[in-house]
Design a binder for this molecule. Structure first.
Ligand SMILES: [Mg+2]
Length: 95
């Protein structure tokens, strides 16, 4: 089993942040393509979606590590959850 934090640290050391940021953009584009295929063309491509989500999560984790913003990102997510949750609950109640 590979330790995730060790992997991200080594990838950043070997490739550098500029290359990893570009790789992140590429991986997000690949995920975008698979999601569009699934929705627009009704492709049965769940395996590809799983792979691309993993790729994107790996790249995002490296960006968070590089900028040391794990806590800030988690806080930002919580603020969004708190802001949007009442709307979602209202929509659910409305059926
Ligand atoms: Mg990929």
């Amino acid at each position: 089993m590979v330790n995730e934090q060790d992997f991200y640290r080594l990838a950043l050391q070997v490739h550098g942040i500029d290359r990893q940021q570009l790789q992140c953009v590429e991986e997000m584009a690949e995920l975008t393509k698979e999601l569009i295929k699934n929705t627009n063309r009704r492709f049965d491509n769940l395996d590809a979606i799983i792979e691309e989500i993993a790729d994107v999560e790996i790249m995002l984790a490296q960006l968070k590590m590089h900028y040391n913003i794990e806590t800030e990102v988690a806080e930002s997510k919580q603020k969004k959850f708190i802001r949007v949750m009442p709307y979602l609950q209202q929509e659910k109640a409305a059926g």
